[in-house]
Design a binder for this molecule. Structure first.
Ligand code: GDP
Ligand code: ZN
Length: 448
């Protein structure tokens, strides 16, 4: 059976009482449900004031009925929207009535999933719908809107078109073996490949920034016991505007604060409680903070300079991917001035969490990592899975370039380019598994 043949329904407005509540229905039965509710044929895309009745003809509520016949609707199917007073009871009764008339309860994200399956949105756009709804700052909302408009998808498609052009050209060269060497040695090929790699590099950078815009920056504070990690977290939270929203999945053992760095959310994690037992080896703290570190964009290593050498040795334990900052805390104890100095690509800051001296240096460094102040013109939101796909595409493109310019292996280069195409297609959903779709849409809210 075609899973999409059935008709789904859900309350689309947020739970709780509100001025208006919206019930959304999508699928083949939406039309007959609309006729039953209205008592006659609904007019497409016109708001119609009507009484919504239960089975016994008693009025549940009066409100607006909107009818969007396929394909000109959000899901691409027949869609019915009923606007009522925003009473959870009214909405529950109305939903029950619609279910009685043949609809079933929608799963989270099922409307958007249908919009994707019916080609109304590509996958990156569908994800942008959820990111727009979840956006925690103006910058994030504007950037999500651009992704929803297709700004990100368009750049992925442009890149894909370039890859396809190159692949077709190489495959044509392979089909004329006597000329293959000449074709594959054409300088233009190298130029085109380099241009594609540069373009992909730009897109990776933009997508990484897009993830930061959507998710904010995640920093983890690590270090030996008593160096002042918790004091630093508290000092930062006090100096900047703390965001009070509860973050889902907060672990008991980990202290978390989210602060607003000029519009970008910075989540700071203090790995306190991970290592209190005195007999635990020092590195145990870092090992158990590993899960946090794996997700972090930035590691803040705190030292109090009493055992600076041992502290700095911990740098080697940090995941290579994450950027790092070293904080030399408690300068008030040695009467020294705050300062910032770069050693081997790592920024070192001397400050006092207790007095607050030099805290501004850390805030500035965090803002730099968060991309605060970078122009947000044209910025779009992205997700970690998009960045991962772009990285895979980059690896395959490098391999294609290698196969072509060094090995002169046309077949191999063409195959690598096919892989690039595949990785890019995963972003927009041209290539997607049911598992991936399930994972993406199940994290949406109900009714979206
Ligand atoms: P954690 O175990 O790394 O989280 O360290 P805490 O934040 O709990 O601090 C350990 C001790 O160092 C506490 O007594 C703090 O008051 C103290 N401390 C933290 N930062 C400073 C600082 O900048 N200067 C001084 N003098 N003491 C500090
Ligand atoms: Zn602590």
């Amino acid at each position: 059976m075609n899973a999409r043949a059935d008709t789904i329904a859900a309350v689309a407005t947020a739970p709780g009482a509100g001025g208006v509540g919206v019930l959304r229905v999508s699928g083949a039965l939406a039309g007959s449900i609309a006729r039953t509710v209205l008592g006659r044929e609904p007019q497409p895309r016109h708001a119609r004031y009507a009484a919504f009745r239960d089975r016994d003809e008693a009025v549940i509520d009066r409100g607006l009925l909107l009818w969007f016949p396929a394909p000109h609707s959000y899901t691409g199917e027949d869609v019915l929207e009923l606007q009522t007073h925003g009473s959870p009871v009214v909405l529950r009764l109305l939903l029950a009535r619609v279910v009685e008339l043949g609809a079933r309860h929608a799963r989270p994200g099922e409307f958007s999933e249908r919009a994707f399956l019916n080609g109304k949105l590509d996958l990156a756009q569908a994800e942008a719908v959820a990111d727009l709804i979840a956006s925690g700052s103006e910058a994030a909302a504007r950037a999500a809107q651009r992704s929803l408009d297709g700004v990100f998808s368009e750049r992925v498609r442009e890149l894909t078109a370039g890859v396809v052009r190159l692949r077709v050209w190489i495959e044509a060269a392979i089909d004329f073996p006597e000329e293959e060497i000449d074709f594959l040695a054409a300088p233009q090929l190298g130029v085109d490949l380099d241009a594609l790699r540069a373009k992909l590099g730009d897109l990776q950078a933009a997508a990484r920034r897009g993830v930061r815009l959507a998710d904010g920056l995640h920093a983890v504070i690590v270090g030996r016991p008593n160096v002042g990690k918790s004091s630093l977290l508290n000092a930062l939270a006090a100096s900047e505007r703390a965001i009070v929203t509860e973050i889902a999945g907060t672990t008991r053992d980990v202290l978390r604060e989210t602060i607003d760095l000029d519009g970008i959310a910075l989540t700071l994690v203090d790995t306190a409680g991970l290592r209190e037992a005195g007999d635990v080896v020092e590195r145990e703290g870092i090992r158990r903070a590993r899960a946090e570190l794996e997700r972090a964009d930035l590691a803040v290593l705190v030292s109090d300079d009493v055992r600076a050498e041992a502290d700095l040795a911990l740098l080697a334990d940090l995941p290579p991917r994450a950027a790092r900052v070293v904080v030399h805390n408690k300068i008030d104890l040695v009467y020294s001035e705050p300062r910032a100095q770069r050693h081997d690509d790592t920024m070192h800051l001397w400050l006092s969490a207790r007095s607050g001296d030099g805290l501004d240096l850390l805030v500035a460094e965090l803002k730099r990592h968060a991309g605060v102040g970078e122009s947000a013109d044209g910025a779009f939101t992205a997700r970690a899975r998009h960045v991962a796909a772009l990285e895979r595409a980059g690896d395959r493109l490098a391999a294609a370039s290698n196969a072509l310019t060094i090995q002169r292996a046309g077949e191999l280069a063409a195959e690598e380019l096919r892989q690039v195409q595949h990785a890019l297609g995963e972003i927009t959903g041209e290539f997607s598994s049911d598992d991936l779709l399930g994972e993406i849409f199940s994290s949406f809210c109900i009714g979206k």
